[in-house]
Design a protein around this ligand. Structure first.
Ligand code: BJW
Length: 232
């Protein structure tokens, strides 16, 4: 195989499943318990902010009980030991890559422990509940307006740092997709983007993803086993 100097890794909910974090589309997953249009769209938030804030409060509480698994730790090891350029892009809003030891993580769909003020657009670290208690919603620490929202990317919104991601995909020798169903764009299109630029492409997922046929190679099984095996 040609020399690998630049790697882009995309992770999705499946990498955190063995840490006890619910995925979205699996049996019993988040989208079986909640309607996407109610909790993951700007329109849903405008209609019923407390429902949406409660959904993210519940997710933040689940995250506080979760620990990184062997797949997160293996990617952190790869970041430390790989001599070339590595970009780790995650669709996940959890912080398990960071707690597993990764230093540079691009959260394209935002972060659970961050709040975005809809008035002044400033982001701030946030670890507390956001839904109204006694009718009071928390205030933005900068402009004091009671207009905080979760700093996450809902359907119809633009994912973060797309220029940096596309630049890395265009230069990559290897693209690896881990634990994602491949049903949500633009992330679902990264494999084709990388392939068109000449990268080798590898899927590591519990089962074939929607886009599995776009990859040069696919390995199926739990990320906690597949990822350390691939890294080592
Ligand atoms: C395991 C495992 C184990 C289990 N080991 N594996 C083009 C075509 C069609 C539609 C569109 C299009 N472009 C845009 C759209 C519209 C829309 C879209 O994609 N809709 C689809 C429904 C078709 N996209 C958007 O609106 C996006 N914005 C946008 O496109 O802006 C314009 C734009 C255009 C061009 C360039 C750039 C921008 C925004 C999408 C925002 C998604 N937001 C969410 C919520 C984030 C906050 C939160 O977490 O609540 O992001 S939705 C949800 O889905 C979340 C996830 O990040 C995302 C992906 O889910 P993921 O990670 O793949 O999870 P699952 O559950 O689906 O899959 C888990 C997988 O793991 C499964 O395969 C399991 O088998 C596996 N697994 N256990 C390994 N142990």
């Amino acid at each position: 195989m040609a020399e690998i100097n630049r790697i882009v890794i995309l992770t999705g909910a499946g990498i955190s499943a063995e840490s006890g974090i619910d995925t979205f589309r699996s049996e019993g997953g988040l989208w079986e318990q909640h309607r996407i249009e109610d909790v993951a769209t700007p329109e849903g938030f405008a209609r019923d902010p407390d429902l949406v804030l409660g959904f993210y409060d519940m997710r933040r509480a689940a995250l506080s009980k979760a620990e990184p698994n062997d797949a997160h730790r293996a990617l952190a090891r790869l970041e430390r030991e790989f001599p070339g350029e590595l970009l780790l892009v995650t669709q996940n809003v959890d912080d398990l890559h960071e707690r597993g030891g990764s230093r540079d993580v691009l959260h394209m769909h935002g972060e659970l422990k961050s709040a975005l003020c809809a008035s002044c657009e400033i982001r701030s670290a946030w670890d507390a509940p956001m839904s109204a208690t006694g009718g009071q919603r928390p205030q933005c620490p900068v402009c004091q307006a009671p207009t905080l929202r979760p700093d996450v990317v809902w359907f119809g919104e633009m994912p973060y740092q797309m220029d940096r991601i596309y630049a890395a995909l265009g230069a990559a020798d290897l693209f690896v997709s881990i634990g994602t169903s491949g049903g949500v764009y633009p992330a679902a299109g990264f494999v084709q983007e990388a392939r068109q630029s000449g990268a080798r492409t590898l899927e590591l997922n519990l089962e074939p993803s929607e886009g599995t046929h776009f990859f040069h190679e696919a390995r199926h099984g739990p990320a906690g086993q597949l990822v350390p095996r691939w890294v080592d």
